[in-house]
Ligand binder design. Structure first.
Ligand SMILES: Nc1ncnc2c1ncn2[C@@H]1O[C@H](COP(=O)(O)OP(=O)(O)O)[C@@H](O)[C@H]1O
Ligand SMILES: O=P(O)(O)OC[C@H]1O[C@](O)(COP(=O)(O)O)[C@@H](O)[C@@H]1O
Length: 439
């Protein structure tokens, strides 16, 4: 029988890229989950890193393998865990909430789990959001619904106010499910916790529909979302083929990253052009989009454009408006394209039937598919293991087919994008009418 004395370690500490591994297991008696001392995951697969740093492979920074540890820091009997979902919706949020609660309850015996409502706003008493108990009963079957049962929000909140509320509520571990903005917020909370010398852990499960957070592998919900977007592309194809001079534009999310556009387009090869933020394109000239479209419609009778919302921003005036998270509100590239295409076809005296699809929120408000559901559950379990072991200031991810603990600062610096020289973009070019460069 393993007792708490055997399991508890004395410190709560940040997850680092090169700390030695603690040994294993949160209260389990088998060594099925054993994580060896050298079992760490390289944080960059490329030799470029070795060359640029002039270090040997053995000295490369590595991420700690995720999973249960030999020692835990928090006493399950007295630990209270808070869960919060922040930022835009994403398929799988409810799966993550549910799996956090079940893992804490079933494998660690933690009985006190609560949900903060509507993101970080849920910490601010004046905003009037209740803190709700989360139990195996209350989270049963929530995974079958899209959205988040906790609600979400954008808009910065003061870390001092958040930490004050954590203390007031007696919360020892905060689990943040959110994107890069949320993780910046989570890191600020850690800094404030450290400044006050408190023993509160903060662990993130990174969420982004755009799949643009670095170092974590594919983000949960992304696969469900692009599959949903592919349905609109298929519908656009059906519509334009039935029309005279049919051109369909399908606008999908993707502020800075074109992953949804690329994967949705590749899912059924119904797209003729894919426009993403990472690759500039021109409208005019023999190799410009308008001439290419005209040729494609002349040859095939119709064309479908898959457009990431952040594409072609260089063609339209920059906006000076910000959303509550401080993101610049994007110019409406879809409207601009519709106008330019309409004008071009009128000038060329060519028939045109324009069909515009904006699956937008519909792709991120659906429940996770089976594969994403499993992925969410495993990410949530990894997050709970890290949290109970006393790791803080980290998010979980999956690198090289392994779950890993990644320090938050790694995921809030830089971003993950479609490489214009990479395999993904090459596949897109090969499956469309796009020439190798239309910029
Ligand atoms: N730089 C930041 N510092 C502190 N909190 C932030 C920061 N950026 C965003 N947040 C908080 O994180 C939450 C979600 O961030 P946002 O950027 O809207 O979405 P996402 O987390 O999906 O990227 C917001 O409610 C905001 O309070
Ligand atoms: O209307 P909202 O909620 O601001 O969300 C729209 C934005 O969310 C995004 O999908 C990004 O969301 P993530 O935080 O999930 O990456 C962008 O592509 C899009 O601009």
């Amino acid at each position: 029988m393993v007792t708490l004395d055997d399991l508890q370690v004395s410190s709560l500490g940040p997850c680092t890229v090169d700390s030695p591994l603690a040994l294993y297991v949160g209260g389990r008696t088998t060594n099925e989950y054993y994580v060896g001392e050298h079992d760490r995951i390289l944080y960059d697969d490329t030799l470029a890193l070795i060359e640029s740093r002039g270090v040997g492979l053995e000295n490369l920074p590595t991420f700690e393998s995720g999973g249960p540890r030999d020692k835990i820091f928090f006493d399950p009997a007295t630990t209270k865990v808070g869960v919060v979902t922040c930022g835009g919706l994403c398929p799988g949020l409810n799966d993550v909430i549910r799996a956090i609660v079940l893992e804490l309850h079933t494998h660690y015996g933690v009985r006190n789990v609560v949900g903060l409502q509507h993101g970080y706003a849920g910490f601010v008493p004046e905003l009037g959001h209740d803190i709700v108990p989360l139990t195996p009963e209350s989270v049963a079957r929530i995974n079958e619904r899209g959205g988040t049962v906790l609600g979400t929000s954008r808009g910065a909140q003061d870390p001092a106010v958040i930490v004050h509320r954590l203390v007031e509520e007696g919360i020892n571990v905060l689990m943040v499910i959110g994107g890069d903005g949320s993780m910046r917020g989570a890191h600020n909370i850690v800094v404030e916790i450290e400044r006050r010398g408190l023993k509160i852990g903060v662990v993130g499960v990174p969420k982004t529909i755009d799949n643009d957070i670095p170092h974590i592998g594919q983000s949960f919900g992304f696969s469900t979302a692009f599959a949903k977007a592919a349905e609109s592309i298929k519908a656009a194809r059906v519509e334009v083929e039935a029309a005279v001079g049919g051109i369909g534009i399908v606008k999908v999310m993707g502020r800075h990253a074109g992953f949804i556009a690329c994967y949705a387009a590749l899912a059924n090869h119904d797209a003729d052009f894919v426009l993403i933020p990472e690759v500039d394109f021109s409208l005019d000239g023999d190799n410009g989009l308008l001439a290419l479209l005209e040729r494609r419609v002349a040859e095939r009778g119709s064309a479908v454009i898959v457009l990431a919302e952040g594409a072609g921003q260089h063609l339209i005036p920059a906006s000076d408006r910000m959303d509550p998270s401080g993101n610049t509100v994007l110019g409406d590239i879809a409207r601009y394209l519709r106008e330019q295409i309409t004008k071009h076809f009128a000038n060329a005296d060519q028939p045109l039937t324009m069909r515009y699809f904006n699956p937008g929120y519909a792709i991120r408000s659906v429940p996770a598919d089976a594969s994403d559901s499993v992925y969410c559950a495993r990410l949530a379990q990894t997050a709970v293991h890290a949290a109970m072991a006393g790791r803080t200031d980290l998010v979980v991810g999956r690198r090289r087919h392994r779950f890993v603990n990644v320090p938050i600062p790694f995921v809030t610096q830089g971003s993950h994008n479609v490489s214009p020289e990479g395999d993904l973009w090459l596949s897109v070019l090969e499956s469309t009418a796009q020439p190798f460069s239309i910029a």
